[in-house]
Structures are given as structure tokens and as C-alpha cells.
Design a protein around this ligand. Structure first.
Ligand code: FAD
Length: 325
């Protein structure tokens, strides 16, 4: 059965986040010949819509409106609702980001549709879509089917395989005008204050160097940042480090922080509490540095280094500098 799949483009800092192309690649694989489309909601963002076609999009729905300059739930929900109706979508993919997590259940309720969150795989089984999602802090996985004519699914970044771009493909652009009067929006953004959390986006980073309470101070993050700079990595943290005010909560990884799936996760001075593991245990390779050989983090680590992070991290940085020079 062919199905129409719509992907909400995840725009960030003037660019399109990788998860959008991962979602499009998956959409193409499971569409069974149906139409794959993208919704671009923004205030005239300069987005290269052609790139969507290279990853499988047949149509790009563009809604430009001043109310979409920043994420406002009512405005985004109304705009996406209009695109879903126009596209006649059966499946809507959103990133499992703060925005996707907010919009998917809101719209699923509005449409009386099914929803599945935080998926790390989607496949076809006898014509049904089967969604895989982690449970119990990543210790187990469930396979779910959703019995609904319209399904909303949020996708965990860095998990679905991004296909090779087919630059011969092109997509039709459909400009959609959606009325978003100010009095229909119950919230509005007065000011956006950006926190400086380093250059690399944590949720999409291929390598993350994370620090815990073991870094002992804000300055203790410096050797981790130096290692991250050499590796082109993002810096993350445990809640222990955030609670101790060694770093900003924007860096927190875990159950109540960001969920990440990098190729390489280096945990330094992190004990490995279950709530931290919930955010990183699906990383492809985990390296733990901890002076306590009994620390639970070693149970999930592929490589463990027992020792003082302040001795080990600078050595790693120097050796990697030489190796990568
Ligand atoms: P600690 O547990 O204090 O561990 C510090 C580690 O550093 C120790 O293992 C120690 O051996 C090691 N160490 C110390 N000095 C050095 C050194 N010089 N060199 C090497 N190693 C050293 N936590 C999260 O991380 N993310 C979450 O999202 C999260 N959500 C939570 C939600 C709830 C509802 C609750 C109750 C808790 C949550 N927590 C979360 C907190 C979690 O339970 C832990 O308290 C927290 O992860 C501990 O942080 P930590 O590992 O940095 O600190």
C-alpha cells in the first residue's frame, strides 16, 4: 500500500539539521511508491529546497509567515496542520527535538491520530509500518505498529540511515499561504537569548566529550573542551555537573536532558547513573574515564580507562593532535 509521508524540516541557525535528511531517506524507503514531501515553516528562511529532493522529496511545501520566525506552538501547529491537509499525509515525521516533541502529540490529538515517539528505526513488515523505540533508559527496545490512518512519529537524530544523495532528482515547490492572526496565538516570543554552548550541536554531534561531577569545577571542563576541539566534538555533561554549576543545563545529557547517539561518547568523571545512561547508552562507541574501577559507567563502556581524568584527558588530547595532524 503506497502512503504519503510528510517530513517537517528541522531548521536551525539558518540551516537544515541532518535529522531531516535521515527522515526523508527513511520516508522514501517506506513510501512504497507514495509521495514524500517536506514542510518548511519559517519567516522567509533561505533554505536550499533542492537538497530535499536529493534525499527523496517529491514536493516541498513552503509556508512563509512572520509568525513563524521563532517556534510558537499555536503558529507552528496551525501551519503544519494546513500542510498535512494539503499533502493528504498518512505519516508525519518530526525530529525528536524540543519542537517535535511538543508538536507531534498536539497535532495527533487535533487529528485524532496515532503517535509514536523517539523512534530509532522504521521498517515495513507485510505492508505495516513497524517503529522501533528504546525503553527502560535504552536497556530494551520495543517494536510498535500504530493502528491509525494518520501517524505522527518523532525521530531520534543520528539513528536512521541517511541515503546517498541523488542529485538528479528535483521536487515541486508549493507555496502555501496560512493565515496566522496574532490574536489566535496564545504565546509570543519577546526575545531570544542564545546561550553560548560551543559550536557543535549536541543532538547531532558525531563525537561528544562529556564531563561529570568529577571535573570538580567550571575550569575542570577546559581539558574536555580542548579534547573536543581536537576531535571536532561537542561538549556535554551529566546533571551532576550542571547541578554543581560547573556548566550550563543546555549541556545536560540524560533522562531529563538531551538524548544523544553519537559515533563516539567519551564520559569523563561521570559515574553512570541510570538517568545519565538513558541519554547516551545507545552511542555507538563509549569510552569511560573514571578513577573508581567500580563506577557503573564501565558496565556500558566499550573502552574503560581507570584513572584521574586530569592526567588522562590531556594525554589523549596531545596524542590525538599528533595522530590527526
Ligand atoms: P557523580 O555520581 O557524583 O559521579 C562523579 C564520578 O566522577 C564518580 O564516579 C567519581 O569516581 C568520578 N571522579 C571523581 N573525580 C574524578 C577524577 N579526577 N577523574 C576521574 N573520575 C573522577 N543525571 C544525568 O546525568 N542526566 C539526567 O538527565 C538526569 N536526570 C535525572 C532525573 C531524575 C528524576 C533524577 C532523580 C536524577 C537525574 N539525574 C540525571 C541525576 C543522576 O541520578 C545522577 O545524580 C547524576 O547523573 C550524577 O552525575 P555524575 O555522574 O556527574 O556525578
Amino acid at each position: 500500500m503506497s502512503r504519503k509521508i510528510l517530513v517537517l524540516a528541522d531548521l536551525r541557525n539558518g540551516g537544515v539539521r541532518n535529522v531531516t535528511f535521515e527522515a526523508l531517506s527513511a520516508a522514501k524507503n517506506i513510501s512504497e511508491g507514495g509521495e514524500v514531501s517536506v514542510a518548511v515553516l519559517s519567516n522567509n528562511a533561505a533554505v536550499n529546497t533542492g537538497e530535499f529532493a536529493h534525499y527523496g522529496a517529491d514536493k516541498v511545501y513552503v509556508v512563509n509567515n512572520a509568525a513563524l520566525e521563532n517556534y510558537v506552538p499555536d503558529a507552528y501547529a496551525a501551519a503544519l496542520e494546513a500542510v498535512i491537509k494539503e499533502a493528504g499525509a498518512n505519516v508525519v515525521f518530526l525530529a525528536h527535538s524540543a519542537i517535535g516533541r511538543d508538536l507531534a502529540p498536539k497535532l495527533a490529538a487535533r487529528f485524532g491520530a496515532g503517535a509514536v515517539s523517539d523512534i530509532i528505526n522504521v521498517e515495513l513488515d507485510g505492508g505495516n509500518l513497524v517503529f522501533t523505540r528504546p525503553i527502560y533508559a535504552g536497556k530494551a527496545f520495543t517494536k510498535n505498529t500504530v493502528n491509525s490512518d494518520l501517524i505522527f512519529a518523532t525521530i531520534r537524530p543520528n539513528n536512521l540511515t541517511k541515503s546517498e544523495p541523488d542529485t538528479s532528482r528535483s521536487a515541486e515547490t508549493v507555496n502555501l499561504s496560512v493565515d496566522l492572526p496574532a490574536d489566535s496565538l496564545r504565546t509570543f516570543i519577546k526575545e531570544v537569548v542564545k546561550k553560548s554552548t560551543g559550536g557543535v550541536d549536541l543532538s547531532e554531534a558525531k563525537i561528544i566529550v562529556s564531563g561529570g561531577r568529577g571535573v570538580k569545577s567550571a575550569d575542570g571542563f577546559k581539558p574536555l573542551q580542548e579534547l573536543a576541539d581536537v576531535l571536532g566534538a561537542a561538549v556535554g555533561a551529566s546533571r551532576g555537573a550542571c547541578d554543581a554549576e560547573y556548566c550550563d543545563y543546555a549541556l545536560q545529557i540524560g533522562q531529563t536532558g538531551k538524548v544523544v547517539t553519537p559515533d563516539l561518547y567519551i564520559a569523563a568523571g561521570i559515574s553512570g547513573a541510570i538517568q545519565h545512561l538513558a541519554g547516551m547508552s545507545n552511542s555507538k562507541v563509549i569510552v569511560a574515564i573514571n578513577k573508581d574501577p567500580e563506577a557503573p559507567i564501565f558496565k556500558v563502556a566499550d573502552y574503560g580507562i581507570v584513572g584521574d581524568l586530569f592526567e588522562i584527558v590531556p594525554i589523549l588530547t596531545e596524542e590525538l593532535k599528533k595522530a590527526l595532524a
